[in-house]
Ligand binder design. Structure first.
Ligand code: NI
Length: 177
């Protein structure tokens, strides 16, 4: 299948809690390959969660090298944060949140447990950008977006701006024959 469509806010699939993967079958392997194609195809993408391509199962991947081909790709199924400490503030963006970036507070270091695509248990200890991406992608699996971590005022401003943009797009597209 290759590159898949990326679901964007306010689509409700982004708000669902994704279900754990229980059987790593051919369909799941295909989904992982498609997610990788999708992530490397998108510009400046360093992480992706399965519900962003409309599949609410617990799969995340990231590659903080930000290249357009697999370099340091890490795929994690059923990831869980088991330890977190420190504080780091970084400007985040998201493939599912159009045209918006904002500072988000995260733990500086995390330990994450999960399984790889062969079903082997893995534990990752990451800090800095990799720790941020892990928290951002695991949030996705729980229906949480980075805009949930900013102030209500800023979130409302974004929602208003997005609404205007979507209305404008609808108006201009309705004029085409
Ligand atoms: Ni995201």
């Amino acid at each position: 299948m290759g590159v898949r469509w990326i679901v964007t806010y306010p689509d409700t699939v982004l708000r669902e809690r994704a279900e754990p993967v229980t059987d790593i079958d051919g369909k799941i392997q295909q989904l992982i390959d498609d997610m990788a194609d999708t992530m490397y195809h998108a510009q400046n993408a360093i992480g992706l969660a399965s519900n962003q391509v409309g599949e609410p199962c617990r799969i995340i991947m990231f590659d903080i090298s930000a290249k357009d081909a697999p370099n340091d790709l890490i795929v994690l199924l059923n990831p869980e944060i088991i330890e977190a400490d420190g504080l780091i503030v970084n400007e985040e963006g998201c493939l599912s949140i159009i045209d918006y970036r904002a500072d988000v507070k995260r733990s500086e270091r995390v330990t994450v447990k999960g399984i790889d695509r062969e079903g082997n248990p893995i534990t990752l200890q990451k800090e800095g950008l990799a720790a941020i991406v892990l928290q951002h992608e695991i949030d996705h699996l729980n229906g949480t977006l980075f805009i949930d971590h900013i102030s209500k005022l800023r979130r409302e401003l974004y929602k208003r701006r997005l609404k205007k943009k979507l209305l404008k797009e609808r108006d201009s597209s309705s004029q085409r024959l």
